[in-house]
Design a protein around this ligand. Structure first.
Ligand SMILES: Cc1cc2nc3c(=O)[nH]c(=O)nc-3n(C[C@H](O)[C@H](O)[C@H](O)COP(=O)(O)OP(=O)(O)OC[C@H]3O[C@@H](n4cnc5c(N)ncnc54)[C@H](O)[C@@H]3O)c2cc1C
Length: 435
C-alpha cells in the first residue's frame, strides 16, 4: 500500500513509515510480519494514534489495524466479549449496549482502539476499580516469527501478564477478550469546590463515590469535582436533553474552551483570569446516563499531556507542591490539572501495579509551550516514585523505569523470548525498555 506521513492526534509525532499495510485477517498480519523480517524492517501496529508519546511511531512497516474491527464472540453466560483488536472503543460500547453489557470502567474518551488502549495502560477513575487491561481475560497475538498464539491466565501466563500492557513491544494483538459486566447507569454530580477543601476531605470523597475525580484550575483555588455513582438500568433517572448535552459537552467544554485557549495563547498574561472564568463556567451539574456516555466526552481542543501515577498517600503533597510551583510564576497554564484514582492491580507494567494509585495529569493547549511546566511537574512526581503513563509525554528511560516496576525484568525476559530481534521496537521503546 502507498505510504504517507503518519501523525498522532496531538501533533507531537510525525513519521514517514517505509510502507503501510492494512490487513483484514490474522494471516495477512502474520505475512506482513514475516515480510518485514525478510526486509530487515521494524513493525508497528498502530491504533487511533491517540498516544502523546512516540510509542506508536511507525519507523518501518506501519500495520494499520482499522480493518481488524469485527466482533468475534459474545458469551452471555460469562459476559466475556471477544473482538478484533482494532475495534474502536465507541463501537465496542455499541456492541455491549446491544447485549445489555458494559465495560466495568473507562477512560474519558472512546476514540482509541481496544488494542491501543490496553497496550499503554489506559485507565479511568475509581478507588475500587482498575484500568482496561485488567478487564482483559485473553489475547490472540502474532509474534515476531509470524506464529499466531493465544494467551490467558491459564495458557502462556507469563506472556499474558506481560502483553496485557505490552506497549506494542511483544507482538501484534489480533483479538482481545474482555470480562464485561451487566449494563449500568451512572449518576454524575459535578460540584465546584476549593482545592484545600478537596484535599482536606479526599479520603471521604474517594471512598464514598464509585468514580471520583477532580479538575484543579491552575492560578486559582478552584476545582470542579465529579462524583459518579453506579445504578442499575432499571432505576428511572433523568437523562440530559440533547440541548443540555450540546451546551456542556459541545459548547462549554469544547467551543468556548478552544476560544479561551486561543485568547490565552495570544495574551499569556490573561490566562489566570481566563482560568477563574472557566472555573465558574464549568459549574454544577447533576444528570444520569448509560455508563459510557458519562465516562467519556468528545475532546475537540487539541492539547499535550503528561500523566503520572503516584502513590495514593502522596497525592496531597504532590498537588500542594505543584500549586506552589505554578504560583511562583514562570508558566501560564490554561488547562485544568486532572486528578483520578485507581485500586492496585497485578498487571506487570501497569502504572497502578501493587499500590493504591492517584493519577495527576497536566495538560497544555497545543499552541502553548509545555516543556518547562511538564518537567517541573515530572520532578515533583518523580520524587515520590511516580510512574508516567506509557502513552503520554515524559522523560524517563529504561533505567529510571526499571526502578519503578517490580516486574520490569520479567517483562524484558518475555520480550527477549518472543522478540529477540526487536522487530516490534521503535525509538520510544528503545528508550523506555532499552535496545
Ligand atoms: C484526548 C485524549 C484523551 C485520553 N484520555 C485518556 C484517559 O482517560 N485515560 C488514559 O489512561 N489515557 C487516555 N488517553 C491516552 C490513550 O488512551 C492512549 O494513549 C491509548 O494508547 C491510545 O490508543 P490508540 O488506539 O490511539 O493507540 P495508539 O496511540 O495508536 O498506539 C498505542 C500503543 O499501542 C500499540 N498497539 C496498537 N494496536 C496494537 C495491536 N493490535 N497490537 C499490539 N500493539 C498495538 C501501538 O503499537 C502503541 O505501542 C487519552 C488520549 C487522548 C488524545
Amino acid at each position: 500500500m502507498a505510504t504517507s506521513l503518519w501523525r498522532n492526534w496531538s501533533g507531537t509525532e510525525a513519521v514517514e513509515p517505509v510502507r503501510t499495510v492494512k490487513p483484514g485477517k490474522v494471516n495477512e498480519i502474520a505475512a506482513a510480519v514475516r515480510e518485514a523480517a525478510a526486509d530487515g524492517l521494524r513493525v508497528k501496529a498502530v491504533g487511533a494514534g491517540h498516544s502523546f508519546s512516540g510509542i506508536a511511531a511507525p519507523e518501518g512497516v506501519l500495520v494499520d489495524m482499522g480493518d481488524m474491527d469485527g466482533v468475534v464472540r459474545v458469551d452471555t453466560e460469562t459476559n466475556v466479549v471477544t473482538v478484533e483488536a482494532g475495534m474502536p472503543m465507541w463501537r465496542l460500547n455499541k456492541v455491549l449496549d446491544a447485549h445489555g453489557l458494559a465495560l466495568e470502567n473507562m477512560g474519558d474518551i472512546d476514540r482509541q482502539t481496544v488494542s491501543g488502549a490496553i497496550s499503554t495502560g489506559t485507565h479511568g477513575t475509581g478507588d475500587r476499580y482498575r484500568g482496561l487491561a485488567w478487564q482483559v481475560s485473553a489475547l490472540q497475538m502474532v509474534l515476531a516469527d509470524g506464529a499466531v498464539v493465544r494467551c490467558s491466565p491459564e495458557r502462556r501466563p507469563e506472556l499474558f501478564a506481560a502483553a496485557r500492557i505490552g506497549l506494542g513491544a511483544l507482538g501484534i494483538i489480533t483479538e482481545v477478550s474482555i470480562q464485561c459486566v451487566p449494563a449500568f447507569q451512572l449518576q454524575a454530580v459535578e460540584t465546584p469546590m476549593r482545592l484545600d477543601a478537596v484535599l482536606g476531605g479526599l479520603d471521604e470523597l474517594v471512598a464514598e463515590n464509585d468514580h471520583f475525580e477532580f479538575y484543579w484550575f491552575p492560578h486559582t483555588e478552584r476545582t470542579l469535582t465529579k462524583q459518579n455513582n453506579r445504578y442499575s438500568m432499571e432505576e428511572r433517572k433523568r437523562r440530559p436533553t440533547r440541548l443540555e448535552y450540546w451546551w456542556n459537552e459541545g459548547f462549554t467544554e469544547n467551543a468556548l474552551f478552544e476560544a479561551s485557549n486561543r485568547v490565552g495563547a495570544r495574551f499569556p498574561q490573561a490566562v489566570p483570569s481566563l482560568n477563574r472564568l472557566a472555573g465558574r463556567v464549568w459549574s454544577s451539574r447533576n444528570y444520569t446516563d448509560v455508563s459510557h456516555r458519562v465516562f467519556t466526552s468528545p475532546r475537540k481542543v487539541v492539547f499535550r499531556e503528561m500523566e503520572y501515577a503516584v502513590p495514593r498517600e502522596a497525592l496531597a503533597e504532590v498537588l500542594r507542591d505543584l500549586k506552589a510551583r505554578v504560583d511562583a510564576g514562570g508558566f501560564n497554564v490554561s488547562f485544568p490539572v486532572e486528578v483520578r484514582f485507581a485500586a492496585a492491580d497485578d498487571v506487570w507494567l501497569s502504572t497502578a501495579h501493587g499500590r493504591k494509585t492517584a493519577y495527576v495529569a497536566v495538560h497544555q493547549y497545543h499552541r502553548h509551550d509545555y516543556e518547562e511546566y511538564f518537567k517541573a511537574a515530572a520532578e515533583i512526581c518523580n520524587a515520590v516514585d511516580g510512574r508516567p503513563h506509557w502513552g503520554k509525554l515524559h522523560w524517563l528511560d529504561a533505567k529510571g523505569l526499571s526502578e519503578r516496576y517490580e516486574r520490569f525484568d520479567d517483562f524484558l525476559a518475555v520480550r527477549d523470548e518472543v522478540d529477540p530481534e526487536r522487530r516490534f521496537a521503535n525509538s520510544y521503546l528503545d528508550r523506555v525498555l532499552g535496545a
